[in-house]
Design a protein around this ligand. Structure first.
Ligand SMILES: [Zn+2]
Length: 138
């Protein structure tokens, strides 16, 4: 008998076990990653694959119910990176263990989620020794 896959299973599979914001891999983390609503329920987002993303607890808690943030370069409010609409590599690139934002949305997301804080850099260094970095992102 084949077990039915849940929506959560599908989100985890689609993300390849990685946070769809910071690209951290769940396999080296003690905490279970969250299935988050890209557009929160409070803003009309639905619980469906087209609005769900896998997020590490740090990214999910920092993002909370936001869909916009300040672009630190321009001071303008812009929409956050949306993993269901935006290709990660069109908005970010790797520079060794750092994530370099390439667009206003990416800059705002990187600043809000603090994508390059020290702990994340140490985790990426550890991931690289296990062959988990750089990830294949689309
Ligand atoms: Zn993350």
């Amino acid at each position: 008998m084949i077990a039915r896959r849940t929506l959560s299973d599908l989100v985890h599979e689609r993300a390849g076990g990685r946070c769809e914001y910071c690209q951290m891999h769940q396999s080296l983390q003690g905490a279970t990653f969250h299935v988050e609503h890209v557009v929160p329920l409070s803003l009309g987002g639905g619980t469906e694959l087209t609005n769900l993303a896998l997020a590490c607890p740090a990214c999910n808690l920092k993002k909370a119910d936001r869909i916009e943030a300040i672009d630190p370069l321009t001071g303008q409010t812009v929409r956050l990176f949306n993993p269901r609409v935006d290709a990660w590599l069109a908005h970010f690139r790797w520079e060794e263990f750092e994530i370099v934002p390439l667009s206003p949305s990416a800059r705002a997301t990187s600043a809000l989620l603090d994508l390059n804080r020290d702990r994340r850099l140490r985790i990426r260094r550890a991931e690289s020794t296990f062959g988990l970095l750089p990830p294949v992102t689309c």
